[in-house]
Every structure is written in structure tokens, then in C-alpha cells.
Design a protein around this ligand. Sequence first.
Ligand code: UT7
Length: 325
Amino acid sequence: MNYIRNCILGMSMYVPDRILTNNELEKMVDTSDEWIYSRTGIRERRISTENTSVLGAKSVEKLLNKLNKDPKDIDLIIFSTITPDNNTPSCACLVQKTIGASNATAFDLNAACTGFIYGLVVADALLSSEKYRNAIVIGSEMLSKIIDWKDRNTCVLFGDGAGVAYIERSKNGHKIVDTYTRSVGEKSDSLVSAAVPISNFILGESVNSDFSIHMDGREVFKFAVSSMVEGIDVLLKNNNISIKDIKFIVPHQANKRIIESASQRLKIDVDKFFINLHKYGNTSAASIPIALTELSESQNLSKGDLIILVGFGGGLTYGSILIEW
Ligand code: UT7
């Protein structure tokens, strides 16, 4: 019996054409292709000249064309990002304007690299309320604008891009079976990019205008491995299934060594993880929807396959989603 569930009906992605290779970075900071590839698995990343909302809108236009959907029928636009074009208007409202989704409710969401997972969880809950029939969930970032291009600790890691999912209450599609999210605000200092500094006529001149990403790499690495393992384990336990039942895991694409460490802890082959970070680096909220788009286009998924999306990032935040393809 096929019941109505919240289903992903399609995925799409957009990345800018400009490729920034490790060899180019060697000319900018004291680093090497050997160091970057062996410590992270990254070979190259994309760099955009267009802002975050534009990247997101381009991924959405591709998806709506693919699914032959009328923008006027979209009920919800959720845009996950830590690199919005503005404080206001939101990127979601800018996408709404660009695509002409005049009947939608649109808002941004910030959960850093877990943003797409959080976005899907919010969409899943709002669709279940039956006040909305469908949603597009976008993960889009122009991280290049908040990177200190003189800091070798961070500038080699990140890239720009966007990915999107279309979700609908439907009998057909890729079912959202279960979700899990957590946040760890106590560890907020481990990964920081400041917003506009406090400044008004009483306080006087602003003192800090450094918006770039700062990170305790080792601390975030440890958190990443343990949160990925927890996110996967919880879904397996809650749904009474084993890791053997899972066809693919689509992790946040931060560092190949993080994924390898998680696979060792889970006692599974690393090949169960879909990895494309060598091409795009860490694109934060965009990384999981870009990876899921590429996996779905690879012909390696069949109807009924179980997959897990798992993410972690600034906040700190983490979460996972079980999908029946
Ligand atoms: O999306 C979530 C956000 N972020 C993450 O998930 C990142 C999590 N952390 C990581 O992926 C890793 O910790 C990094 C890739 C950031 C760093 O790798 P690591 O193996 O933890 O290196 P490290 O920070 O311990 O640094 C080792 C050495 C240091 O030199 P010394 O002190 O040993 O002389 C660094 O200064 O590597 C040096 N180093 C570099 N060398 C060449 C740091 N960055 C570079 C670089 N090129 N780009």
C-alpha cells in the first residue's frame, strides 16, 4: 500500500565555472597540493562572482525545468546559508522574486554546514502540518566572500555552489522516513564567522570588521566524526535497521579523513559514503544537496534503496535524515 508521505521528487545543483586548483593556492599562501590533498582529499573548488541568492536561484530554475513545475504553485521556499546577500531581504525572498513564485512563503535558515538537513527537517514538519503542499529547500553558499585568502588554515578548504530539493506530499517519490537533529551551542567558539560588528552613536566607532571564518580545526574534526556516527546510529536504531540495509551515506563534504574515521568507527567500507569533495571542497549548506544531486544522477540508486544524509557544522549543529529512494 502506497501512503501519502513527504517525498523528494527531484534534486538539482549549480556551481560556478571558475575552478580554483590547489596549484593556484600554492601561489597565494604557503601550502602545497600534496598537503591539501593528503590532509583533506580536496583537489579543487569553485569560486563565484555571483552572490549566494543567484547561485541558489540558478539551481532552482534547473530543478523546476527538470520537474516541469510552475513557480506559482510553490508553497514554501527555505534557503539555508551562512553567506546571505543581505541581512534583509532574505535570499529566499530574492529567489522568490527571480523565479516568480508569487504564492510562496519564503525565509532563510542558518545552521551552517547542517543547513540543508535542518531545511529538510523544517520542510518535512511544515508539510506534515498540511498547511503547505510542497517546498523547495535550497543550500547555497558564496563562502569565498568570507574567507581570509591569506589564511592557509581555512582558505584551502572552502568553495562556492548551490543545491536544491523539491519536496511534496505524494504517494510517489523518495520518502523522508525519519530525521534527527541536535545543536551544541556550548561549542559555538570552535567555528566562527562574525556578523556586522556592534556600532552605534553611543558605542562609537566599530572595533572589529573581520568577518572571515576562524576555526579550531582539530576540535571540529573530532566533533564531526562523533556527530556523524551518532547521527547514523540513531536513525538505524530508531528504525530497527542495520548499516547493511543502507545503500549509500551522503555526508557533509568537509574532509575525506573525517569520512574515513567515521567509516572505521561504524566498521563499514568507506565506499558506502558518496564523496565528491575533491571537486568542490567544503561548500557548507550546499555540500549535501550537491552530493545528493550527483549521486541521484549517477544511476547507482534504485527505487526502495535506503540512504542516509548526515551533516555537521558551525553552531555547532548536526543532523541526519533517512530516505527511502
Ligand atoms: O564544515 C565543517 C567545518 N570544518 C571542518 O570540518 C574542518 C575540520 N578539520 C579539519 O578538516 C582539519 O583539522 C584541517 C584540514 C582543518 C587541518 O588538518 P589537521 O591534520 O588537523 O592539521 P593541523 O591543523 O593539526 O595542522 C598541522 C600542520 C600545522 O603546522 P605545525 O604546527 O605542525 O608546524 C599547520 O600550521 O599543518 C599546518 N597547516 C598547513 N600546512 C600547509 C595548516 N594548514 C596548512 C596548509 N598548508 N593549508
